[in-house]
Ligand binder design. Structure first.
Ligand SMILES: [Zn+2]
Length: 156
């Protein structure tokens, strides 16, 4: 078989239909664990704060994105932020149309880089970029340390 023949073999690739079971466990990482544990137990968001340059970030990090210094300080930033942007979603992630569109928004926090993308529960006529929104959390006994501990953000 020549080199040229082997190139043509690429057209004879086959595939098998079916499913491959993939069992995995996604970890939140060091800072993610601190974030969700704090949210679950203390009803507040935390940001990482760089001791070198002072940059605060949500979701928290273990290394500063600005100066690459290791981060060991995490500070509470409350549950209220500002609606930075939003969109109306007519379909869920499986492609099924919602009866009425959901609003997803990016919520940012004063003096903090990054933000949280989550469902926004505000009347359409009241939606406004820059409005104050606060996280509505599940009751403590129903939380599991994940993003769905936040039900949605609502007007405050
Ligand atoms: Zn830094």
């Amino acid at each position: 078989m020549s080199f040229k023949d082997s190139i043509h073999l690429n057209t004879k690739l086959g595939y098998f239909e079916g499913e491959i079971p993939v069992n995995y466990q996604y970890t939140l990482g060091v800072a993610g664990n601190i974030f969700f544990k704090t949210l679950m137990e203390k009803d507040e968001f935390i940001a990482s704060e760089c001791s070198e340059c002072g940059t605060k970030t949500i979701y928290p990090l273990i290394y500063c994105e600005e100066c690459f210094a290791p981060i060991e300080k995490y500070v509470p930033i409350g549950l209220v932020g500002e609606l930075y942007s939003y969109t109306h979603c007519y379909y869920d992630y499986q492609g099924i149309r919602h009866e009425k569109p959901h609003v997803l928004g990016l919520v940012r926090f004063k003096g903090v880089q990054g933000g949280i993308v989550h469902r926004i529960e505000v009347k359409p006529e009241e939606l406004k970029i820059g409005m104050k929104v606060g996280a509505k959390l599940k009751p403590k006994n129903e939380r599991n340390g994940g993003i769905d501990d936040i039900i949605h953000f609502e007007k405050v």
